[in-house]
Design a protein around this ligand. Structure first.
Ligand code: ADP
Ligand code: MG
Ligand code: MG
Length: 874
């Protein structure tokens, strides 16, 4: 096996396709070197070594040592410097990097190779004593923190002590002598911690390499992988990149920065970035000084600026995606230190995908894959209610680091955030800045507020990745961790007080503000979803019972209604008593009379749905729930209804009691109601057909589909079908119209799956009611499974909540069985899914894979489902 891959001006061994073994950073460094970009030379120790290390009780392959030494010699030769040399020392960075980017999880050590002697040599060689000692103190600090686990705050304290003594605030105000003092203090600190600072560069290198590989399994990294469900991706580990140092801390003509080829926040096509002069490494991200915008680089050093833009263009074209790059300028000379596909907000993801299609950079299939279904969902997420916002108490402003609107109780630590969130509280995590230890708390918070740092600070990057609302760098807001208060503008907020943050504008408000959903789809999203519709095979319909929902569904791009639950139509104030009367009727005549009164309501309800969905299929399910759900309950209701039908209250009470069931979910419901009380189904059929006839008479198109729930035996269907057909055909003939309608069944009882060939021979369509099919298939009561499902998931019995994501190997097989049976009997059978799963991306993929015709979900999920359907097809 090859363990080490080098890149330098003479040869490059890796490329961007080798992320699995070189990690993202190493693979792209190699790629950039191949492209002829100015990348300092170096080599990557592969992720396979990391795996070996952990598989073999933290031991390295035997020959690794000599291979790394060879690579170091090659690095010396191409740089003309010598590792450990006193006059012209080669310094390197030791950088981690897994195949999937894990921001801030594993730290980098810079300036490795310095020691008490070579620091002097470096000072002489560069004629820059301050620079040499700044590099040295940074190295000692990072090495102590990252490799030896000395608390980095202790280093900060030592540094602050020297600054205090001198009466200065900024690191930059320290001169070479001050920095020497810092080095002394740091060394003292090592002693106090019982650690040794190795003077031998080779020793330094191996300790650092081992620390990087070791960090693969530190609690932070493990937690990050857990949160992001990365454990199934089969990652081998992290790679280690050893890179010759270039220096941004050599003076005002040097600096370091990060840049994006497009705005990661809005997606706008404009260069975007931040940099600091006379700085090194992560100074920009750490929020030590407030960084400058790229535009300022233009005025400071136009040549470097132009070169940077040129290289950024080149990288974006090459990788055909928005790039997030890290660069350093050493005395006016530009170096690229990293490039990767940039993280972006949901809005930016959509805009960039659409723009790149228009620019001809990517095709529609690729565009569709560039946006996560969850991103679409986020974009339809709440904003602050404009009315409440008018009266909100504004307390300050920061950078709009991650969009959205969030309101919650203030907490000051990640631990508190996790504790409160566990109790179901909504929290906003407020910190001066965040670090990787806070990721768990950030994940459960509604939003994140920091008082320091820029758009590329840890808080900003992580929040964007998580899709959390964040406001960062709100400098006029004091976040006092010690006293657990936030002070700003004369307002003081304590822990547990409500606060609201607006990630679109960066504004912060005291108190709780209601959030609202944006309406409809606009601009880029609707364009992207049009691409999605072109790409996908599976149709997307909506579950909607009333015209208003149907309208929303259409606006979101639903192609029809997959499920209209008619029972919701019986609850209106004028209707419910008629419904109750119908239910407790003693005779068929009484029942028919009550139903006759309900008919006009249903007819106009259906008409409204047909109108909103003109030209699309509308599937209407006949009454499904057990009758006891509608019966009068309170004394007052009993009295009213008893009077209406002219029986005593006691008699009514006993009728109601008779309707009670031990297990209503498996009781007298669905098609069983229609078998015992055919007149209910008859009335509903009439209402549907009459409403459809009304449409036709108005010259409108209509495609009604009558759906019979809970069929388990084909005879249930044949009995109902006969009566529906008779009524419908008669009405159609009477009215002399040309109307086509379909009769189909829900498939939600396991028996129906088994005898689907029989049912398919009689039905025009199947719609899988996956909620009931899961309930009956697993034998998990929908109303009770919450008690044990947590343990089931924890123990890995089911991977996900089977009511949210289709249990492919169980319920999925039932679906497959039913589909094969049904289509064998009726090749034209239309088949879809309704129920919660219709909006779940994984279940949608399943629906596509088994060859269903459509999924149906709630109106607000339609956009997500459209994208998921397209992704399943790519
Ligand atoms: P991360 O994975 O946290 O981004 P990196 O390995 O990219 O860590 O290192 C962080 C920063 O350190 C880089 O952005 C760059 O500024 C600096 N850095 C890393 N290697 C070098 C090097 N060889 N010369 C100069 N700066 C470097
Ligand atoms: Mg970092
Ligand atoms: Mg980096």
């Amino acid at each position: 096996k090859k363990y080490v891959y080098v890149w330098n001006k003479n040869r490059v061994e890796g490329n961007s396709k080798m992320k699995d073994i070189l990690g993202g950073k190493g693979a792209n460094l190699a790629e950039m070197a191949s492209l002829g970009l100015p990348v300092p030379p170096g080599f990557t120790i592969s992720t396979e070594v990391c795996k070996y290390y952990w598989d073999n009780g933290r031991k390295f392959p035997e020959d690794l040592k000599s291979i790394v030494e060879e690579a170091m010699t090659e690095l010396e030769n191409v740089t003309g410097k010598k590792f450990g040399d006193n006059k012209n020392p080669l310094l390197v960075s030791v950088r981690s990097g897994a195949a999937v980017s894990m921001p801030g999880m594993m730290d980098t050590i810079l300036n490795l190779g310095l020691n008490d002697e070579s620091v002097e040599g470096l000072a002489k060689l560069t004629n820059n004593e301050r620079f040499a000692w700044d590099s040295y103190r940074r190295f000692i600090q990072m090495f102590g923190d990252v490799a030896l686990g000395i608390d980095h705050e202790k280093f900060e304290e030592a540094l602050n002590e020297v600054k205090r003594e001198k009466g200065v605030k900024q690191d930059l105000e320290l001169d070479a002598n001050d920095l020497k003092k810092v080095v002394e203090l740091y060394k003292k600190l090592y002693k106090e911690e019982g650690k040794e600072f190795p003077q031998d560069p080779m020793k330094q290198l191996w300790i650092a390499i081992e620390a990087v590989f070791g960090s693969w399994n530190n609690p932070r990294a493990i937690k990050y992988r857990q949160i992001n469900e990365m454990d199934k991706q089969g990652l081998l580990g992290t790679a280690v990149n050893v890179v010759a140092m270039v220096f941004g801390n050599m003076g005002e003509d040097s600096g370091t920065g990060v840049a994006f080829t497009r705005d990661p926040n809005t997606g706008e096509k404009k260069y975007y970035g931040e940099f600091l002069t006379n700085a090194q490494g992560e100074d920009v991200v750490a929020g030590i000084r407030t960084p400058k915008s790229l535009d300022e680089l233009k005025s400071i050093n136009p040549k470097t600026y132009n070169q940077l833009l040129e290289l950024m263009d080149k990288l974006e074209k090459h990788f055909r995606d928005m790039q997030d790059i890290e660069f350093t300028v050493e005395k006016g000379q530009l170096y690229m230190l990293q490039t990767r596909n940039g993280k972006r907000t949901a809005a930016a993801a959509v805009k960039i995908a659409v723009d790149m299609v228009k620019e001809g950079l990517i095709n529609k299939e690729e565009a569709v894959m560039r946006v996560k279904p969850a991103d679409i969902e986020k974009l339809l997420h709440p904003l602050f209610d404009p009315e409440e916002l008018k009266n909100a108490q504004y307390i300050g402003k920061g950078l709009p680091a991650s969009p959205g609107a969030a309101t919650g109780k203030i907490v000051f630590s990640a631990d508190d955030a996790e504790k409160l969130a566990k109790d179901g509280e909504k929290v906003i995590l407020a910190r001066p800045e965040t670090s990787p230890e806070d990721v768990g708390g950030m994940n459960v918070a509604e939003g994140i507020l920091t008082s320091r740092g820029g758009m590329t600070s840890h808080a900003a990057v992580v929040a964007r990745g998580m899709g959390k609302t964040a406001v960062v760098g709100a400098e006029d807001i004091v976040i006092d961790l010690k006293n657990k208060v936030i002070k700003s503008n004369g307002v003081e907020l304590k822990e547990g007080d409500w606060i609201s943050i607006d990630g679109n504008e960066g504004k912060v408000y005291a108190g709780k503000i209601k959030t609202v959903r944006p309406e409809g789809l606009a601009g880029d999203i609707s364009e992207l979803l049009e691409y999605a519709d072109e790409v996908s095979v599976l149709g997307v319909r909506a579950n909607a019972d009333i015209p208003r929902d149907a309208k929303v569904a259409r606006e979101f791009g639903a192609q029809g209604i997959g499920l209209c639950r008619t029972e919701h139509m019986f609850f209106g104030p004028e209707r419910i008593n008629k419904m109750r009367t119908m239910i407790v009727s003693k005779t068929e005549e009484q029942r028919k009379a009550a139903l006759e009164e309900l008919l006009p309501f249903q007819r106009s309800d259906f008409k409204g749905l047909f109108e909103e969905m003109e030209g699309f299929s509308v599937t209407i399910r006949l009454l499904d729930p057990p009758l006891h759900e509608f019966v009068p309950e309170s004394d007052e209701q009993i009295k009213e209804v008893a009077e209406m039908i002219g029986i005593s209250e006691d008699e009514l009470r006993s009728t109601v009691k008779d309707l009670e069931e031990f297990n209503p979910m498996m009781g007298h419901r669905g098609v069983r109601l229609a078998i015992t009380y055919p007149e209910i189904a008859e009335m509903q059929t009439k209402a549907i057909i009459l409403a459809a006839i009304d449409m036709i008479k108005e010259g409108k198109r209509v495609q009604p589909e009558i759906m019979i729930p809970l069929v388990g035996n084909v005879k249930e269907l044949t009995i109902l079908k006969e009566s529906i057909k008779q009524i419908a055909d008669e009405l159609i003939k009477e009215n002399n119209v040309d109307l086509e309608y379909k009769i189909g069944t829900m498939i939600e009882v396991p028996r129906a799956c088994v005898v689907a060939d029989q049912i398919g021979a009689e039905a025009d369509f199947f719609s899988f009611g996956t909620n009931d099919l899961t309930q009956l298939g697993l034998g998990f009561s929908r109303d009770d499974y919450g008690k044990f499902i947590g343990d089931y998931i924890e123990k890995g019995i089911y991977e996900k909540d089977p009511f949210q994501q289709i249990d492919r190997e169980g319920v999925g097989r039932l679906i497959k069985l039913a589909l094969d049976g049904g289509r064998s009997a009726n090749p034209k059978l239309k088949v879809g899914i309704c129920g919660e799963h219709g909006g779940d991306p994984d279940s949608i993929e399943f629906a596509h894979l088994v060859g269903l015709d459509y999924v149906s979900c709630s109106p607000y999920r339609v956009p997500v489902a459209r994208l998921a359907a397209a992704q399943a097809a790519v």
